[in-house]
Design a protein around this ligand. Structure first.
Ligand code: SF4
Length: 264
């Protein structure tokens, strides 16, 4: 597992303490069109193919199964928020059911942790029973998947489908990563009942592109009306700042397991 915060003040992925990848590699081929017309590739793909090639000898699109990683959360005693599948999509159609079940069995066993699952393949969520310590989330669609461009209409339909799937799950926390917030998504969320949403800006390398202020205002209005907790990614420029977590929350303070909410 990879710890996110470091002693130099770096926070990594701010909304989790660790990333955990018993499954690695992804075939979704996500790409985003930036406001300046440039195309950003998936961050995990960049890491896999430029920084961590040794761990991805057959490229990022290959499916890697690492059963030795299954024990890692069990060895970590401190209750933590663990991003499950930062370098893959556990719900990808290429991941065998048996492997998904083995990962979920570890989540169930490591009941002191919170596992934060994100997928772009929401329909497959309906195949599994998730332990209550797994926060089940969907990512807002990119501009391209599987080498094909997604029109705004197709992205909107995908979001509607994602939210419909989430509404059918009986899990305590359903959430959405809206990163980047690249259009006025608020009308699509009016009927949502998300417990948590992470909102971020668009980035391509070091270049950041902030969402239109009206898009942020609208999405906050809609989500606040539902009582959805909000977490801003560090790349978003907005005030007042919000880093909230949903209830019930297992504090990552050692030994403290009460259900609390945090607003920074
Ligand atoms: S689903 Fe996630 S890991 Fe896979 S290509 Fe898209 S952004 Fe990257």
């Amino acid at each position: 597992m990879n710890k996110q915060a470091n002693s130099r003040g770096g926070r990594g992925i701010e909304w989790c303490d660790y990333t955990w990848n018993p499954v690695r590699g992804c075939q979704h081929g996500c790409r985003w069109t930036m406001p300046d017309g440039s195309i950003a590739e998936c961050y995990a793909e960049t890491i896999a193919e430029r920084v961590a090639q040794k761990a991805y000898p057959q490229g990022f699109e290959h499916h890697y199964w690492n059963p030795l990683a299954l024990e890692q959360p069990l060895k970590l005693q401190r209750p933590s928020r663990i991003f499950l599948d930062s370098m893959s999509d556990l719900m990808g159609n290429w991941v065998p059911d048996e492997q998904v079940e083995r990962v979920l069995a570890v989540c169930r066993q490591a009941e002191w942790h919170t596992f934060q699952l994100l997928t772009k393949n929401a329909p497959r969520l309906l195949q599994f029973n998730f332990p209550s310590n797994v926060w089940v989330g969907v990512s807002a669609p990119p501009s391209f998947m599987f080498g094909r461009k997604l029109s705004l209409q197709q992205q909107s339909r995908m979001i509607e489908r994602q939210l419909d799937v989430l509404s059918q799950l009986s899990v305590p926390i359903r959430w959405m990563s809206i990163e980047p917030l690249s259009f006025d998504i608020a009308p699509l969320l009016v009927a949502s009942d998300l417990e948590w949403a992470v909102i971020g800006a668009a980035t391509n390398g070091r270049r950041e592109f902030q969402p239109e202020p009206a898009w942020i205002e609208h999405v906050l209005q809609v989500l606040d009306a539902h009582g959805t907790k909000i977490f801003f990614k560090g790349n978003l420029k907005w005030k007042p700042w919000r880093e909230e977590f949903p209830l019930p929350f297992r504090s990552h303070s050692e030994g403290e397991r009460s259900a609390v909410g945090i607003t920074a």
